[in-house]
Design a protein around this ligand. Structure first.
Ligand SMILES: [Zn+2]
Length: 102
């Protein structure tokens, strides 16, 4: 990765739940940044709604967390399968990995 400029240096506030966002180590993820700002509040509206939405759309037990890329300030809905899963994968492309659930 080449040098990047970090636009968002201070923890932003999640617009969905007003919680202070926290850094997620993203060096092993594929976002091109060293970290991402993520809302880790389990009661965040986006996160709570996400469980239902993901089950209906991809049939998986997963959700979204509100995320801001620190380098450009863009926000995303980060597919969320649990922290362990996130740290194990090299990127987020595996989100449609085959599951043995019917
Ligand atoms: Zn939130």
């Amino acid at each position: 990765m080449s040098e990047m400029e970090i636009k968002i240096k201070e923890a932003p506030t999640c617009p969905h739940c007003k919680a202070l966002m926290e850094k997620l180590d993203a060096r092993h993820l594929d976002w091109g940044t060293h970290f991402l700002w993520v809302c880790f509040n389990n009661e965040c509206n986006l996160f709570v709604r996400g469980w239902k939405q993901m089950e209906e759309t991809v049939g998986q037990r997963a959700s979204y967390r509100y995320m801001i890329a620190p380098d450009n300030g863009q926000n995303y809905a980060l597919p969320w399968f649990g922290l362990e899963y996130m740290l194990k994968t090299a990127g987020l492309e595996e989100q449609c990995a085959p599951s043995d659930e019917e």
